[in-house]
Design a protein around this ligand. Structure first.
Ligand code: GRF
Length: 192
């Protein structure tokens, strides 16, 4: 049987892309990363995808007449590659109807806080500045809102008194890199 094909969407460093690739290699995740989509041609994750020989669709939104236009191109690529699941991993854009409709219930995101606390940008900084004692990681389905979709998995991370913001970021990333591949595997094996 052929493996489930997933696409990873990322705009930045791609440490979660790395974790998904590693999990697919080790067998923790029984899926093929058949496409990396990025809206940032110079992002580190794009370099990583080339090294790993992951097929890519890299676009610059400036070359398009709005979100509908670039999302239509993305959908075409996803369909061409027979992608079943879209995995957002630091993709810094809201998903619009053009992409959401054909992949309804098949797009998931990871967010570095315990949603609904601290949605949006710099969730780790927001949590740190708020002085919370517990933050964490949330994996959720994507809807049209900002980090508002149905929650699939969450894991708490303690914010120790002597932690810096960077320490908290490291602790959260460590959880992300384990929890995301595990959760993706659970979802694709249930075929939800
Ligand atoms: C992660 O913290 C993820 O939770 C958030 O964006 C960050 C992406 O980091 N959505 P990376 O590019 O995977 O290193």
């Amino acid at each position: 049987m052929s493996k489930t094909k997933i696409a990873v969407f990322a705009s930045g460093t791609g440490s979660n892309y790395d974790a998904v690739i590693e999990a697919a290699k080790s067998g923790v995740l029984d899926a093929e990363v058949a496409l990396l989509v990025s809206d940032k041609p110079n992002a580190k994750v794009v370099e990583k995808a080339k090294q790993n020989q992951t097929p890519t669709f890299i676009f610059d939104p400036k070359n398009y007449d709005g979100k509908d236009a670039f999302e239509a191109d993305i959908v075409e690529k996803l369909q061409e590659k027979e992608i079943e699941w879209v995995i957002l991993a630091g993709y810094m854009r809201l998903i619009g109807d053009t992409l959401l409709k054909p992949f309804e219930g098949r797009i998931i995101n990871i967010h570095p806080s315990l949603l609904p606390a601290f949605p949006g940008l710099d969730a780790i900084g927001q949590a740190f500045d708020a002085g919370v004692k517990v933050s964490g990681v949330t994996i959720h389905y994507v809807d049209e809102g900002m980090d508002t979709g149905k929650i699939i998995a969450q894991e708490a991370v303690q914010v120790e008194d002597d932690m810096t913001r960077e320490d908290l970021q490291k602790a959260i990333q460590k959880v992300e890199h384990r929890l995301y591949p595990e959760t993706i595997q659970q979802i694709i094996s249930r075929g939800e």
